[in-house]
Design a protein around this ligand. Sequence first.
Ligand SMILES: [Zn+2]
Length: 159
Amino acid sequence: MKLTPEPAHTELTDLTSPEAAERLAKTCDVAAAIAGRRRHKAQHAHYKNCAATLHALSAERGALISARDMLGEWWARDKARADAAGAERDALKAELAEAKMHVSEMITAFEEHVALPDKNCSCHISPPCSDCTENDYARETLSEARAFLDRHQKGQTDD
Ligand SMILES: [Zn+2]
């Protein structure tokens, strides 16, 4: 027996025949199915892309949040340090003001109650002379106290 392969499509001679119309409809269905699959594939690719973008954005957001938290921590730490330094500075200023008041009072008391003689040094004859031995310590202390007040009176107007 001899087999003759049947052609996939027989030639259509009459394009207005119902057979031709049926074949055209089938072709249209196949085309629509292919288009649908392509659309679906494109949509799938689009969603995949969107998902990747969302993923990247969410990672970026996480990084930004931790950066923000870190900055917050730094800020709090720096603020605590600045506050501590400020408190220390205030305490030192108060101490200095108190010291200035005491020195000023001591100078006044010294000037009122101690009769310090004018310098009468005779060290060139026999060093050390009695004037230097008895009075130089008091003179130097008084002059240092006055210098201290001068120095810090100036500092007071600076801040
Ligand atoms: Zn002397």
